[in-house]
Design a protein around this ligand. Structure first.
Ligand SMILES: C[S@@+](CC[C@H](N)C(=O)[O-])C[C@H]1O[C@@H](n2cnc3c(N)ncnc32)[C@H](O)[C@@H]1O
Length: 233
């Protein structure tokens, strides 16, 4: 049998890894360099609201840090790419796109698989503009749709069945977004939630107990919870 006979004819290029494309690597390096200002931006935002009797609304909290990229750590980005290459998803969904760093990793995997698409979501209008610009700069726009607004609304109509989900928006909203997407999951849908220590106990209860998911914490980046759906909604 010819060496490539058992492989999918949709593979774009055998051995392709778009993360190694100089354009992609340079953009990611520049974005990660820009994210070095994040601590200062978040610090100023927190100082500005300290002592207020009423906490900022969701929209205000997003706008206060609209200049901060807050990206997944590089190793988490690589894990996202790895998962796309191994799971070969048709439908990928992301909660919390920011400037598009995680979305670039997901879309790069989809590009190299030769099929599939990604829906991102972002509440900050200025971040949506930046993310679209960044995806366009590396030629990945055609694989990605970024929905602007509150993900609890914008992701209600994503196409399914969903194969892979990244939850990386504000952590108190991860459980509502997970539940919103559950009807479109199938046994085997993989859910990755970033920033383990910030995830609310209710989220971890949902994926760790009750029998609908198999779930483990992984020491990648700042810690992630990696879950797989094992029941049908
Ligand atoms: C940690 S950042 C995401 C980083 C991104 N995944 C990356 O790796 O580049 C979280 C993002 O979620 C967005 N966000 C927070 N709440 C949201 C909501 N309800 N709907 C949509 N986006 C939201 C914030 O504006 C912020 O840009």
């Amino acid at each position: 049998m010819p060496a490539n006979e058992s492989r999918s004819s949709t593979d774009r290029t055998e051995g392709a890894n778009s993360l190694h494309d100089p354009k992609v690597a340079e953009l990611l390096a520049a974005l990660y360099q820009a994210s070095e200002q994040d601590d200062a931006i978040v610090g100023r935002a927190l100082a500005g609201v300290a002592g207020r009797a009423v906490p900022p609304s969701l929209t205000e909290s997003v706008e206060l840090v609209a200049e901060a990229l807050l990206p997944v750590q590089p190793r988490v980005g690589e894990l996202l790419y790895l998962l796309v290459r191994s799971l070969r998803p048709t439908h990928v969904v992301e909660f919390g796109t920011s400037f598009g760093i995680s979305l670039i990793h997901l879309a790069a995997g989809v590009r190299d698989n030769g099929f599939g698409s990604v829906v991102g979501s972002e509440l900050s209008a200025s971040k949506v503009v930046q993310a679209r610009k960044n995806l366009a700069a590396v030629g990945l726009s055609d694989l990605v749709e970024i929905r602007e607004g509150d993900a609890r609304e914008t992701l209600a109509t994503v196409p399914g069945p969903i194969d892979l989900i990244l939850l990386d928006g504000w952590k108190d909203i991860c459980l509502p977004v997970l539940e919103l997407l559950e009807p479109k999951m199938h046994p085997g849908t993989v859910v990755l939630a970033d920033n383990l220590s910030m995830l609310p106990p209710e989220y971890l209860d949902r994926v760790r107990t009750g029998g609908d998911y198999v779930s483990v914490d992984l020491p990648v980046g700042e810690g992630i919870e990696l879950s797989t759906r094992i029941t049908v909604s």
